[in-house]
Design a binder for this molecule. Sequence first.
Ligand SMILES: Cc1cc2nc3c(=O)[nH]c(=O)nc-3n(C[C@H](O)[C@H](O)[C@H](O)COP(=O)(O)OP(=O)(O)OC[C@H]3O[C@@H](n4cnc5c(N)ncnc54)[C@H](O)[C@@H]3O)c2cc1C
Length: 417
Amino acid sequence: MAANGSDILVIGAGVIGACTAYELSTRGHSVTLIDQGDVCAGSSYGNAGLIVPSHCVPLSEPGIVKQGLKWMLDPESPFYIKPRLDRDLISWLWKFNRSCTDAHVAKATPVLREMHLNSLERYETFAEHLDFSYEHKGSFYACNTEAGLEHKIEDARIAGRTGIRTETLGPEEIAKLVPETPVSAVGGVFYPEDAHLQPAQFVRAIANEGRSKGTTIESNCQVLGFESSGRKVNAARTTRGDFQADTVILAAGSWSPAVVMDLGLKLPIQPAKGYSITFKRPPNCPSLPMMMTETKVGVTPMADTFRFAGTLELAGLNLTINQRRVQSILNAMPSYFPEMSADKMELIEIWRGLRPCTPDGLPLLGRTDAYDNLIIGAGHATIGISLGPESGRILSQIVEGREISYDTAALSPDRFA
Ligand SMILES: Cc1cc2nc3c(=O)[nH]c(=O)nc-3n(C[C@H](O)[C@H](O)[C@H](O)COP(=O)(O)OP(=O)(O)OC[C@H]3O[C@@H](n4cnc5c(N)ncnc54)[C@H](O)[C@@H]3O)c2cc1C
């Protein structure tokens, strides 16, 4: 079969693959970006679009396991694990539990902080010449219980220790921050550094920018396996023939472990399903993203739309839509926004996506020990949009062997081996 050739083959055209292809093409490499669907066919399409320096504390923080077990008893809870005897899931949960320590938080937080803030800076630059409905207005976590507020203030304290700005607000200050509609909350935390965007608009724009710098984009091109010899991946076998490259970058999100199984690699990534429900923007829509803290449901105003997002289900590579969970996301609204109701809004789209979650809340970025020319860029969990531009830059630096200005050892894909 005839082979297509380039310096670099990037597998997966979500936010990570598209940003990586852009960075490398800008630096003069010949890059081919392939996807089994179209550009932005996966998790990068319908997410909440938040850029979150506020999330510099990893998902696997102490106390989360206890909270998670409590939620699992409630069928409408924001967190769910489908009970099953799956060795990969059991091993993942064991590693997750092992990562829920103060020592891990202390190690992971500085690298996450650096990545979020560098990405934010990148987004500011991109927004000067690309339209992706970018707005830098911060985000607000509304709490309607004293216990929720106390917990959020503690989170803010941890983020604050790393230099992330936070402001605790009471009801009167909330009314000033959100004049569009009354908010029923005992208080909350405002993160002024956070920003938001329309994710699909961004990913398509940056993929197009890459194309204008020379990236070849192949859609509907599914990787079926690889041809390798010794420590070298020679070609990717796809539904559209073989693709040869000096370097292969895997950015296939939640599908990454399945894609490289053929190479004998085991990537500790579990898909965590989440939903979004997008409506036409109502007249009393808040002008900044807000999290309804106790329910873990967020709302983001995006151009002329208004998006709800929430739930985290560890149910494997399963894209079915559970209407009960969709409804539980919408049910969160009235207790925080008494004058808003999803029933009165015009539905545009119900969507679900799979967050590629690692056990320690950090992405896998780097070369593997097993293959000299394979680089992994996956496992961005709940923060792939926020980390996308910086991950693309780090991956391009790894390709070229350039020095990264901060310590990224914690991101090594082999750290769980
Ligand atoms: C409800 C929800 C809300 C979220 N909100 C936010 C948020 O506010 N902020 C934030 O930062 N993050 C958020 N996230 C997380 C974010 O969406 C992900 O971290 C991010 O999209 C991951 O990007 P990716 O490029 O790694 O994966 P994806 O976008 O999933 O891209 C992977 C691509 O690989 C392709 N692919 C898979 N297998 C193959 C194959 N065999 N051959 C070729 N191509 C293949 C897929 O088609 C896909 O296009 C949210 C996620 C969800 C589900």
